[in-house]
Design a binder for this molecule. Structure first.
Ligand SMILES: Cc1cc2nc3c(=O)[nH]c(=O)nc-3n(C[C@H](O)[C@H](O)[C@H](O)COP(=O)(O)OP(=O)(O)OC[C@H]3O[C@@H](n4cnc5c(N)ncnc54)[C@H](O)[C@@H]3O)c2cc1C
Length: 406
């Protein structure tokens, strides 16, 4: 069955409901099997909804814990926390994102030559390596790849095809419906041996055959070694910005972005007079994005705007031009803008000038960090293990509804 990508919260909740019975031991035992397009039944395939927070990590984990004990759902919960870990790690090291975008801009302007030919062959699935070519096609056609396929693909890209990792990360970021600056960039760096320094991920033919249940035989086609790429060590983590509280007395504009389409937590006690939604998807890459990805995000924003507009009784001004936000602020006589926190990535880049313009006009721009991130990110600056060991404690602190740890 082909996957249908309906960018609504209702569809995300329907899929979550369908997946819940499988989130316990079945997930832990079978999650590494990639059975091919339309057959990803051992994993949730919820990532496009979670990435844009049509579903939040908190509610997904909470729903899982209503059906499973913590012990049996531990693996699934840890995977959700991988996302939190990558977001927190990048938040503390914005220079890693900046270096990546600079590299992609420089490399992608190459028009011809050997690199261009090999890069084109890889991104059109014409390398002659069956598994790799099939995953390139699956990504382009469906906007999704299984986690194990993403690891194998990145490893073959870097160590067999000898292509720059940043171009591979850009290919993913353009085509994935869950394309996320932190999870994507840092996972590619992890495969390349740039995250856990010196530790690379090598795709092996036997492992691919086993976990694709015999769909591929790449014996003799893959590099047998994966020498870590060399790079200066990443910057030391910078402290996370201290949160600023919005002023309840000011006429407030609520700004929605594709980074977090569930803004309710940021609205409490505020005098919200106007709502705007800013789409920034095109800034994920200097290269064009496929219509399917643009449409998914546009649909997700429309869905969230519809719900929010109804709840507040306000129209939602939708735009993909951040300069239009300044006009909107003036037209509505707003004193401050409140938005769910915009983490390091393309949306943050695209709103930099907007933030400066608002500041110059004396309008406060107040990003609100949700408890999930506020409590977890300080533990995400080292290795994943440091965050992983705190998960039970963090879940207790976050206290999501009737969360029971057993
Ligand atoms: C090279 C590479 C690039 C990646 N790029 C992205 C990306 O751009 N966006 C993205 O959301 N994930 C990315 N991932 C992580 C992971 O592959 C996907 O989150 C996962 O495959 C999504 O499928 P799922 O929803 O069925 O996951 P499930 O296994 O059902 O997991 C549930 C949720 O947990 C989160 N999650 C699971 N595994 C990871 C992980 N390893 N890292 C971060 N979050 C995870 C996702 O939100 C996912 O929806 C990447 C991994 C690799 C190796």
């Amino acid at each position: 069955m082909p996957i249908s990508w309906t960018p609504t919260r209702a569809e995300g909740l329907r899929r979550l409901d369908q997946f819940l019975p499988h989130a316990g031991r079945a997930y832990a035992n079978r999650r590494n099997y990639d059975l091919g397009p339309g057959n990803h039944r051992h994993v949730s395939v919820l990532s496009p909804w979670i990435r844009h927070r049509l579903l939040t990590e908190e509610e997904v984990v909470s729903a899982v814990l209503e059906q499973h004990s913590y012990t049996s759902a531990e693996k699934f919960i840890q995977e959700v926390f991988w996302r939190t870990y990558w977001k927190g790690w990048l938040e503390a090291r914005p220079a890693v994102w900046r270096d990546y975008t600079d590299t992609v801009r420089d490399l992608s302007s190459q028009r011809d030559g050997d690199l261009r030919r090999r890069w084109d062959a890889a991104t059109s699935g014409e390398t002659g390596i069956d598994c790799f070519d099939a995953w390139a096609q699956e990504l382009i056609e469906t906007g999704y790849l299984h986690n194990h396929a993403r690891m194998w693909f990145a490893s073959i890209w870097i160590f067999t095809l000898d292509l720059p990792w940043a171009l591979g990360a850009d290919f993913f970021l353009r085509h994935l419906l869950d394309g996320d600056p932190a999870s994507n960039t840092l996972s590619w760096r992890w495969v390349a041996g740039l995250h856990t320094r010196g530790k690379t991920y090598l795709a092996r033919a036997g492992n691919i055959t086993k976990y694709t249940e015999g769909r591929f035989d790449s014996v003799g086609q893959l590099s047998g070694t994966a020498r870590p790429l060399a790079e200066a060590p990443p910057p030391t983590p910078r402290p996370l910005a201290s949160p600023v509280d919005p002023d309840p007395a000011l006429p407030t504009g609520l700004l929605l972005t594709e980074e977090d389409l569930d803004p309710e937590f940021a609205m409490a006690g505020l005098d919200i007079r106007a709502v705007a939604a800013l789409q920034t998807t095109t800034s994920r890459s200097p290269l064009p994005l496929p219509p399917s990805v643009l449409a998914f995000v546009q649909g997700a924003i429309k869905d969230a705007s519809g719900r929010l507009g109804d709840a507040l009784g306000l129209p939602v001004m939708k735009t993909s031009d951040s300069a239009a936000i300044v006009d909107w602020v003036q037209e509505n006589g707003l004193g401050q803008i409140v938005t769910p926190y915009v983490p390091v990535g393309p949306t943050r880049d695209m709103t930099a000038a907007l933030r400066a313009n608002l500041r110059a006009a004396g309008i406060a721009f107040v990003p609100c960090v949700r408890s999930w991130d506020k409590l977890s990110w300080p533990h995400a600056t080292g290795g994943f293990f440091q965050l992983r060991k705190r998960i039970p404690e963090l879940l207790s602190e976050i206290r999501t509804g009737s969360l029971q740890l057993g």
